[in-house]
Design a protein around this ligand. Structure first.
Ligand SMILES: O=C(O)[C@@H](CO)OP(=O)(O)O
Length: 234
């Protein structure tokens, strides 16, 4: 039996300012730091001590995992980082105020991109300083593999590739895994694990700092889902 613990990072500085974040590498706010520590308390209280930690390459997810594991006095485990767990790339909407974008594009387009399945934000154009290829973190990757604006569908493709190659084999070995990632990269994973349709995923919001636990058998058949912060199973 392997447990998959999904944890959305605590509130970031951009979440606090109501800005689209995507691949922008902003840190946690004070509130986000507290949420990450509280997540550690919840995990410890429920004996959810992971064998391996996975995070994205973005510091809000990395710091959330570190703060939670520190709170648990469980810092000895390996933490494997992959850009494939990064947040959905929000294209030209990155760094812009969400209310201003909603006003500019209208409610329907805003919600189609933000919570729909196959609508992408407008992509970043050549020369834009926000392109991932301008960030030294990604310079050893093939620039053509780096997104410039992703739908949830595109995000799901890269997240599921990584899940299949790196996460699923450990789960099948019965390991308990912490995945510290992002609202939309985790929505993509939840959609696949729970077999949700594009219409159903529209309604799914992942709360910051609140672990969601999936328990699998060794054939990766899902046995149950738990929300330890809510003290109930659903
Ligand atoms: O800005 C973002 O990258 C995401 C997550 O914070 O925003 P939203 O929840 O609006 O998709």
């Amino acid at each position: 039996m392997g447990r998959l613990i999904l944890l959305r990072h605590g509130q970031s500085l951009y979440n606090k300012e109501n800005l689209f974040t995507g691949w922008t590498d902003v840190d946690l706010s004070e509130e986000g730091i507290e949420e990450a520590k509280r997540a550690g308390e919840i995990l410890l209280k429920h004996d959810l001590l992971p064998d391996i930690c996975f995070t994205s390459w973005l510091k809000r997810a990395i710091h959330t995992a570190q703060l939670a594991l520190k709170e648990m006095e469980w810092e000895q485990i390996d933490c494997i980082k992959s850009w494939k767990l990064n947040e959905r790339h929000y294209g030209a909407w990155q760094c812009h105020n969400k209310d201003a974008i909603r006003k500019e594009v209208g409610d329907e387009m805003f919600m189609a991109v933000r919570r729909g399945y196959d609508t992408s934000p407008p992509p970043l154009q050549d020369g834009d300083p926000r392109l991932a290829e301008n960030d030294p973190k990604y310079r050893k990757l093939d620039p053509s593999s780096l997104p410039r604006g992703e739908s949830l569908k595109a995000t799901r493709k890269r997240v599921l590739n990584y899940f299949a190659e790196a996460i699923a084999p450990e789960l099948a070995r019965g390991k308990d895994l912490l995945v510290s990632a992002h609202g939309n990269s985790l929505r993509a994973l939840v959609m696949a694990i729970e077999h949700l349709t594009p219409a159903e995923i529209v309604e799914v919001e992942i709360p910051t700092g609140e672990p969601i636990v999936y328990v699998f058998d060794e054939t990766l058949h899902l046995l149950r889902k738990e929300r330890p912060a809510r003290f109930s199973k659903d």
